[in-house]
Write a protein that binds this ligand. Structure first.
Ligand SMILES: Nc1ncnc2c1ncn2[C@@H]1O[C@H](COP(=O)(O)OP(=O)(O)O)[C@@H](O)[C@H]1O
Ligand SMILES: [Mg+2]
Length: 299
């Protein structure tokens, strides 16, 4: 594939005590593609997501977004830089409305200062109205308009996953990282999910997808990286990966184990020293284009 990658990651190492979760993992995600990240349970997929989104600090690693180096040490700054994600274990504000869950995502792009919020200035009110409109448009996009005023926790599992996607999209990400979005979905919901991810790609966004459903992954992804025990064991087109002996051995042959004990890493990683093991020559995330550089950001 030609052109420059949107996300370029190399040499990511992450150890949890005695567990070597990631051992030199890297991948290039091309813009406008759906890139699959697959592998058996415990391969390090979620940990990799956590390191690129600032939830867990990598011991080592090189991260570039749109050709600019970044240090994914703070979740909100990663969001402003253009990466959004969903979680293997759904994380919604269960007692808030569906609409408000999406509005929360939208606030990452808020322009007005806290003092304007406090004084409820016209600028603040205009922005709040715009946030509501944008959130409603996103609910329509994922097919949840009818559910807008329900409490998030009352939604079906499949709808909660779609709500998480809407909330992530509210930050206007260049890269949307989905951690097992089809887990727990029935066949009909999976078909709808596939169509939704294709729509997101058609908008020009880039999707990084962790998914166990081989049929979904092979049909949807432009390119696939396979992890096993913290190593990349294959990277290529779906057909190449599917016929790779190491992959068949490590993953496809053991797909029946895939839904055992889903594991999502706790937030505790975010409390680690952000400077630990990070190359001092790294630019901070602040060097990345900010919300103001995003053409579609609200004015
Ligand atoms: N916060 C954590 N603390 C300790 N061990 C962790 C943590 N997060 C992940 N691990 C371990 O790292 C390895 C990779 O896990 P994970 O990234 O969740 O794999 P996958 O998403 O591919 O199933 C596993 O052995 C897991 O137990
Ligand atoms: Mg996982």
């Amino acid at each position: 594939m030609s052109g420059a990658p949107l996300l370029k990651v190399s040499g990511v190492i992450k150890r949890f005590g005695g567990v070597q979760a990631l051992n030199g993992v890297g991948l290039d995600v091309m813009p406008g593609t759906v890139h699959g990240l697959i592998g058996p349970n415990g391969a390090g997929k979620t940990t990799f997501f956590n390191t690129i989104t600032g939830l867990v600090t990598a011991d080592q690693g090189h991260f570039e977004l749109k050709g600019r180096r970044y240090r994914p040490t703070e979740v909100h700054r990663v969001a402003r830089a253009g990466i959004a994600r969903t979680f293997q274990n759904i994380r919604l504000f269960g007692d808030m409305s569906v609409l408000d869950n999406v509005r929360v995502g939208r606030h990452v792009r808020t322009q007005v200062g806290w003092w304007q919020a406090l004084l409820r200035t016209p600028a603040f009110n205009r922005e709040e109205a715009a946030i509501t409109d944008a959130a409603m448009a996103l609910l329509d996009f994922v097919g949840l308009t009818d559910q807008a005023h329900r409490m998030a926790r009352t939604l079906s599992y499949g709808d909660q996953r779609r709500l998480e996607i809407a909330r992530a999209l509210a930050t206007e990400p260049k890269l949307l990282a989905l951690d097992e979005p089809a887990a727990g979905m029935n066949a009909t919901e999976k078909v709808a999910l596939r169509a939704l991810i294709e729509k997101i790609r058609d908008q020009g966004r880039t999707v990084l997808l962790i998914e166990h459903d081989v049929k979904l992954v092979m049909g949807l992804c432009d390119r696939i990286t396979v992890l096993d025990q913290g190593h990349v064991i294959a990277d290529g087109l779906p057909a190449e990966v599917q016929n790779n002996d190491a992959v068949i051995e490590a993953y496809l042959g053991s797909a029946h184990r895939a839904y055992d004990t889903p594991h999502d890493s706790p937030d505790s990683g975010a409390l680690e020293d952000p400077e630990e093991g990070v190359d001092d020559r790294d630019d901070g995330l602040s060097d990345l284009p900010d919300a103001s550089d995003t053409p579609s950001a609200p004015r």
